[in-house]
Structures are given as structure tokens and as C-alpha cells.
Design a protein around this ligand. Structure first.
Ligand code: 3PG
Length: 397
């Protein structure tokens, strides 16, 4: 897949660039959660590229799911301040998404500076992919650059609508993500091992099916594995199960030798911190227990599979790792990755945060490890080999 790169824009001097980013990061009371800033940090090269060439950069992003109205906790001011600190330059946060004040602020702004529009999803036109909203956004700029790989599976106005009205290019991050993930699909070094964890099986079932074909081994953990264990006839206590998926799961090759499920688990009688935990074989889970992490035997089993891998794809933690009592499974996998020489691609906000937190050294010390800023987008790309927002950025054949 060949994308039109921002690098091919002949001149950026005095050009107004609408830069679509995905700054949908975990924000609590105006502060970004620890290791939750990956998406912002990874967009800095594109922003710096544009600024150095004399463009006015109008950053446009969404945050959360405010549903087309203003929700104060999803205002972007803290993110603009954070971005400004990273760039060591002021970023002017606008309090509106579009409208006369925004148009005036863009007219007044000098080349070589950064503005940030208010949360795109405060406007219902964003998710509806409204032509009017797309045109209004397009009118703010001369050129459109998309660096929002994490949102490229969403056919929203700022992703697929604006390119109808302006010349459109891929930012440096988006182009890198597409290059890495396309390479993974086209030429995986084998054995290829996929690790899928996280909470909801329904959002990952399609990619699990893809990996049952594509990968040599597939390791499942996290809460989603409980639904698969149940489909295999095991009792999972009070762990949440997506009952509606059970019939379709029974049609999947759950007994395939390449599919590895937890053999032991860590449980508690509730899902909060401080409760006593038990480590037990997966067949011994009691009716009043929640499965909250994979157990040590599972970590050893998964580690052994990962040790032989030459390509590893990982999306989704192995347990409720935000509570230290249920972090060992996820940490065990991060340590397995620290010792592998395989090409490793990790995606999903929580998984990326865990990898950054628990690798013994900074990620830059592991050139074989690539952190994708896509969660859902990465999974959809691996499933379909493309995404809706990439189409307007393709080079003409
Ligand atoms: C993501 O975090 O996956 C993207 O920003 C898309 O967000 P959404 O799932 O709320 O559409």
C-alpha cells in the first residue's frame, strides 16, 4: 500500500495544515495516565516537520466518546498544554471546534505556530461524517495531513470527509504504522505467534479468526479467554462471559493445536484491590470466583511458545494488571518480550502502557519492539489489510 506522504508536499511555507491526530489518551482530572502519552509523543515528528517548514499547524483530534455534545471532562485544553510542553512552544487551545471564532483565530495565527481545535466529537457532524462539517473543517486549511492511525478504522468527517475537499497526505506516524503492519501481514518471519488478551471477546473475535489462519501459534489470555474456556466446557465462576458468542465459538477450531489457553489462573471473590487471591488450575475455579489473571504455569507455557517465535503480535493484557495482585501475567509476557529477538509488534493503549512500564529498559533499547498507536485500528488493519481512512491517502496507481 503506497500512501501520499507529507514529505512529498512541495512547499509548506505559510500553508495552513489541518493535522488530524489521535490524541485519544487516558485522561483523569486533566492529567494523562502514566505511560498513556504514547500517541502524543509519536506525533511530534510530524508536527516538528511541518513547523520547521513554516506551516501553521491546526491540530484536530477527538477525545473519548462525548456523543456529539460538549462534555467538559473531554475538553482538550490539558492536551494542548501537554503538547506545548513537549514541543517547547505554545499551543493555542481553541474552545470551539468550528465557527467564526475558530476561523478568526486561524486567520490571526502566524506561520510556524500550533493551534488546537476543541474536541471534534463535540460536534455531531464528526461521527455522522457530515458533508457540511467536513467542508467547514476543510475551509480552515490549505492542506490536510492525517496522522491519526489509531482512529483510521473510523469513517468520520475529519478522517474521510475533509480529504474530499483538500489535497490530503499521510503523516509520518500513520505512514510508519501502515508500513510496519503491512510488512507483518505480507512477510511475517516464522514462526509467528499472536497474543490476544483484554476484556471483550466480541471486539477481537474476527482478528482471532484471522490469526488462527495466519499465525503459527495463538495465545489467549485476559477476560476474553474466559468466554473461550466456557465454550470449551470449563467453569469460569463469576467471570463475565459473552454468552451470545458461545454458539459461534463452538464452530471455531477451539481444539486447534496452535490455540493456547490459560492452564492456571489467579482468582478472587471480587474485582477490587485487597481481596485474598488464589492460584489454581483452570479446571478448579469455584462458582463464587472471578478469574483476574493468568497463573504462573500459563506464563511459563506462553513464554516457551514465545521463545521460538520470530514474529510476535500482541494486543490486550493478560489480566486486570492495574491491580498489582493481577499484574504478574502481563508482566511475565513483557519480560518474555524483553528476551526475544523476534520482531515484536504491540498494540492497544493498555498493552503499550504495560510494555513501557515493565520492560527493564526504555523501549528504545529494544529495536525489535514496535509499539503501535492503534488498538482497534491495528486489529482492523490486521483483519482487512486496509482501513477506511487510508483510501483518500493512497497514491494514484
Ligand atoms: C481508539 O482509541 O481506538 C481510537 O481513538 C478510536 O476511538 P473510539 O473507539 O472511541 O472510536
Amino acid at each position: 500500500m503506497r500512501l501520499k506522504s507529507v514529505r512529498t508536499i512541495r512547499t509548506l511555507k505559510n500553508k495552513r495544515v489541518l493535522l488530524r491526530t489521535d490524541f485519544n489518551v487516558p485522561l483523569e482530572g486533566g492529567t494523562i495516565a502514566l505511560e498513556g502519552d504514547e500517541r502524543i509523543l509519536r506525533t511530534l515528528p510530524t508536527i516538528r516537520y511541518l513547523l520547521r517548514r513554516g506551516a501553521l499547524v491546526i491540530v484536530a483530534t477527538h477525545l473519548g466518546r462525548p456523543g456529539g455534545r460538549v462534555v467538559p471532562r473531554y475538553r482538550l485544553k490539558p492536551l494542548a498544554a501537554y503538547l506545548g510542553r513537549q514541543l517547547k512552544a505554545p499551543v493555542q487551545a481553541l474552545s470551539k471546534v468550528v465557527g467564526p471564532e475558530v476561523a478568526a483565530a486561524v486567520r490571526r495565527a502566524a506561520a510556524g505556530t500550533v493551534l488546537m481545535l476543541e474536541n471534534l466529537r463535540f460536534n455531531p457532524g464528526e461521527e455522522e461524517n457530515s458533508a457540511t462539517f467536513s467542508r467547514t473543517l476543510a475551509e480552515l486549511c490549505d492542506v490536510y495531513v492525517n496522522d491519526a492511525f489509531g482512529n483510521a478504522h473510523r469513517a468520520h468527517a475529519s478522517m474521510v470527509g475533509v480529504p474530499r475537499y483538500r489535497k490530503s497526505y499521510a503523516g509520518l506516524l500513520l505512514a510508519e504504522e501502515v508500513r510496519v503492519l503491512s510488512g507483518l501481514l505480507a512477510r511475517p518471519r516464522r514462526p509467528m505467534v499472536a497474543v490476544i488478551g483484554g476484556v471483550k471477546l466480541s471486539t477481537k473475535l474476527a482478528v482471532i479468526q484471522t490469526f488462527l489462519k495466519l499465525a503459527n501459534d495463538l495465545l489467549l489470555g485476559g477476560n476474553l479467554a474466559n468466554t473461550v474456556l466456557k465454550a470449551r466446557g470449563l467453569a469460569v465462576g463469576r467471570s463475565p462471559v459473552e454468552e451470545g458468542l458461545l454458539p459461534s465459538l463452538r464452530r471455531l477450531k477451539l481444539t486447534a493445536a496452535k490455540l493456547h489457553l490459560p492452564v492456571d489462573v489467579i482468582t478472587a471473590s471480587g474485582t477490587t484491590a485487597g481481596l485474598p487471591t488464589r492460584t489454581l488450575a483452570v479446571a478448579n475455579v469455584q462458582p463464587d470466583e472471578y478469574i483476574l489473571d493468568v497463573g504462573p504455569d500459563t506464563v511459563r507455557l506462553f513464554d516457551a511458545v514465545l521463545r521460538d517465535a520470530r514474529t510476535i503480535v500482541w494486543n490486550g493484557p493478560m489480566g486486570k494488571f492495574e491491580l498489582p495482585a493481577f499484574a504478574a501475567g502481563t508482566i511475565g509476557l513483557v519480560h518474555a518480550i524483553a528476551h526475544t529477538r523476534a520482531r515484536v509488534v504491540v498494540g492497544g493503549g493498555e498493552t503499550v502502557a504495560a510494555v513501557r512500564r515493565y520492560l527493564p529498559k526504555p523501549v528504545s533499547a529494544y529495536p525489535n519492539v514496535y509499539l503501535s498507536t492503534g488498538g482497534g485500528a491495528m486489529l482492523k488493519f490486521l483483519e482487512h489489510g486496509t482501513l477506511p481512512a487510508l483510501r483518500p491517502l493512497l497514491q494514484a496507481k
